[in-house]
Design a protein around this ligand. Structure first.
Ligand code: ADP
Ligand code: MG
Length: 662
């Protein structure tokens, strides 16, 4: 630690023995700051910007993780201006590129794009300008270090790298002539299948390092947890990471900034049982807290997005002006929506995750999640679209364990590490005590998997509570702390094992009903029929099986079931039908430890104790709309019923084609 301090304080920037401190002064530092002020109008660097610029100027490979809105663009635009040659920028969306080019042209910077939205003529002329002339002895003007008329930044989508041989051959000529200064990969997490927004064309970027071994790569992202980072290095064929403030001469220089954004107020709120009540709750919330303000409601499916948009208009008597955005909306209508949204004619966009990367609206005051996201990466990125102007904004996750779990679980089961990513999301939404900021920090912290200490300009990872999320605001007397649920767990396992032995299957919702003695107390053995066995109803005798039902509220049992899943006492089992993949809960790898005990053993055994914190029921109703919000009448929590809308096996959860999701 003390060596870090020394390196940071050394003015040379190249302390002997120690690595290079990219946050110190370099030959180009004065010029860098002058140009930042003159061209971009900024007085000082933010977060890791200076370190990233310095490492880039030093021709290093760099991976930089900075929060959304943190200012990643400057970290390559500024060095591009100071270095001779052209910087190639790979960005996922044409709309993002168009936006950037516009800003750069306003600042008087030579920037071009080679995408479908540029005319053939423009593209031809750009390529021609990029191609080094045979006689090129790089005429560098003394004034600003660039050859006359040289293009400083060229933007492409990854498709261009994957599909255009002629473009690659121009790049190769540039490399030979020394005019390809740097390759920037924006939204670099799209490279990895483990990230939340994998794009196959991004994976093809692996050829860049092969083709251009000597051109430095700068990879940028806002969401790069350790597993994604590792994968990213592998796919892009980059060397292992080294510290940005103490970097040896070799290796990819790694920078990360705290991802915490002070102006975002996170809250997880239980979701009412009926879909009408959910809309009413959201409607009340918006009208009472964000009337006439801009927001996004993220929904799991296209159909949800449409239903919620229509529902909000109807319930608010037209007071909330909504729009719908998902993959099936024709491009012309998407553009129109973007335009109307910017102009403020549409206030609340109800969307699937297709509404994402291209959004650059500063005054998004709230992000509501109608269902939880498939991963915490996705959730962080989606909520990151709020408050880019720095003003206070709310991020509210409406969730109902059984329903969200069943739908999401059947969706992610085919995805790489889909299940464990969903578990991380569930862990976050289930947590009633740990500060949301700390949860994010722990999840995204790379220190655990890298051999480098994560360090940023702001100091090391700050693990003090944020003080303004739902868990920080919750008073201790609103919770039943560490309630012993060992007996309840044991009963659940007994029931679950019995169902399995009898050839039955229980979704989370059904299992919650059965252990509480609800749902008629019977289940279907061989529920899918077939194989010569008829469906058969089997009645549970809870008294004989496990000494009686569980005396907990339905929602608490559902939460407990999710926790047992996260702990490995239960696990998912998937069955696909012609229409959908259904998810059932069965005893997991930890189950036997507990279920092999008799009920008498259980009372004397102190080795296994399962504890869980619940929200006190009487407090819950008050807090349910997210603080100031009145709970809609219909939104009361369901008494135990046979209502199975939450289970994956009912018509609501099933038959949802995967294509409905964007
Ligand atoms: P990111 O790509 O990290 O999401 P952007 O590069 O789009 O963020 O920058 C977000 C906003 O921050 C932009 O409006 C940009 O002009 C502004 N910005 C970037 N760097 C600075 C700085 N050093 N000082 C002030 N504003 C900055
Ligand atoms: Mg960006």
């Amino acid at each position: 630690e003390s060596s870090n301090m020394n390196a940071r304080n050394s003015l040379s920037g190249r302390a002997d023995q120690r690595g290079i401190d990219y946050f110190s002064s370099f030959d180009w530092s004065g010029e860098l700051k002058k140009r930042m002020k003159r061209v971009f109008g900024f007085d000082s660097f933010r977060l890791c910007q200076e370190g990233i610029c310095n490492a880039s100027m030093d021709n290093r490979d760099v991976i930089a993780v900075m929060p959304t809105g943190g200012g990643k663009s400057l970290t390559y635009q500024l060095p591009a201006l100071l270095c001779p040659g052209t910087t190639l920028v790979i960005s996922p969306l044409i709309s993002l590129i168009t936006d950037q080019i516009l800003h750069l042209h306003e600042a008087g910077i030579e920037a071009c794009m080679l995408t479908g939205s540029a005319s053939k003529e423009e593209q031809r002329s750009t390529l021609q300008r990029m191609t080094p002339k045979a006689t090129n002895g790089r005429r560098i003007s003394a004034v600003d270090g660039q050859a006359d008329g040289e293009i400083k930044l060229v933007y492409v989508t990854p498709e261009k790298i994957a599909k255009s041989k002629s473009f690659l051959s121009v790049l190769q000529k540039m490399e030979k002539a020394g005019t390809l200064a740097r390759i920037v990969i924006d939204e670099a997490h799209c490279v990895s299948q483990l990230g939340h927004d994998f794009r196959p064309d991004y994976q093809k970027l692996s050829i860049l390092r092969q083709l251009f071994p000597n051109v430095p790569i700068l990879a940028l992202s806002a969401t790069c947890p350790p597993n994604v980072l590792k994968d990213l290095l592998k796919v892009l064929k980059m060397d292992a990471c080294v510290d940005g403030n103490n970097a040896p001469a070799k290796g990819t220089v790694y920078f990360s900034s705290p991802l915490y954004r002070e102006n975002l107020h996170y809250k997880v709120v239980p979701k009412p049982a009926s879909s009408a009540a959910v809309i009413e709750t959201m409607c009340n919330y918006i009208l009472e807290n964000h009337k006439d303000e801009t927001g996004i409601v993220y929904c799991l499916s296209k159909k949800d997005a449409e239903t919620v948009a229509a529902g909000l208009v109807e319930t608010s008597n037209g007071k909330i002006k909504t729009g719908v955005y998902h993959a099936d909306i024709p491009d012309a209508r998407k553009e129109e929506l973007h335009r109307r949204w910017r102009k403020g004619e549409v206030k609340v966009v109800c969307a699937t995750i297709a509404f994402g990367l291209g959004i650059d609206k500063g005054d998004v005051r709230f992000i509501l999640h109608h269902s939880m996201s498939k991963s915490l990466d996705g959730y962080y990125q989606e909520t990151g679209r709020a408050g880019r102007d720095g003003k206070d904004s709310d991020c509210i996750l409406y969730t109902r364990n059984a329903g969200d779990f069943s739908r999401l679980s059947s969706l992610v089961c085919g995805e790489k590490e889909g299940q464990s990513k969903l578990h991380d999301m569930l862990r976050f939404s289930q947590d009633l005590t740990e500060c949301r900021k700390i949860q994010f920090a722990k999840y995204f912290s790379a220190s655990s998997s890298l051999s480098v200490s994560v360090w940023s300009k702001d100091g090391s990872e700050d693990l003090t509570r944020c003080g303004h999320c739902d868990n920080c605001a919750r008073k201790p007397d609103q919770l039943d702390h560490n309630k012993d649920v060992t007996l309840e767990t044991w009963k659940i396992l007994k029931v679950s094992e019995f169902i399995k032995e009898e050839g039955g299957r229980a979704t989370l919702g059904i299992l919650a009903d059965l252990v509480r003695g609800a749902a008629g107390g019977s289940f279907e053995a061989n529920p899918l029929g077939g194989k010569g066995r008829a469906k058969e109803k089997i009645t549970l005798d809870l008294d004989t099986l496990c000494g009686g039902k569980i005396e907990l509220h339905k929602e608490d049992v559902e939460s407990l079931l999710i926790n047992l899943l996260l702990l490995g006492y239960l696990e998912e089992e998937y069955y696909s039908t012609a229409y959908a993949i259904n998810v059932y809960l069965v005893p997991g790898p930890q189950a036997l430890r507990l279920s092999r005990l008799s009920i008498q053993d259980l009372q004397s055994n102190t080795a296994i104790s399962i504890r869980m914190t619940f929200e006190k029921r009487e407090k819950r109703r008050k807090s349910a709309g997210g603080g100031k919000v009145k709970q809609a009448k219909t939104a009361e929590f369901v008494p135990p019923t046979r209502n199975r809308t939450t289970s994956a096996s009912t018509s609501k959860g099933k038959g949802k084609p995967i294509s409905d999701l964007r």
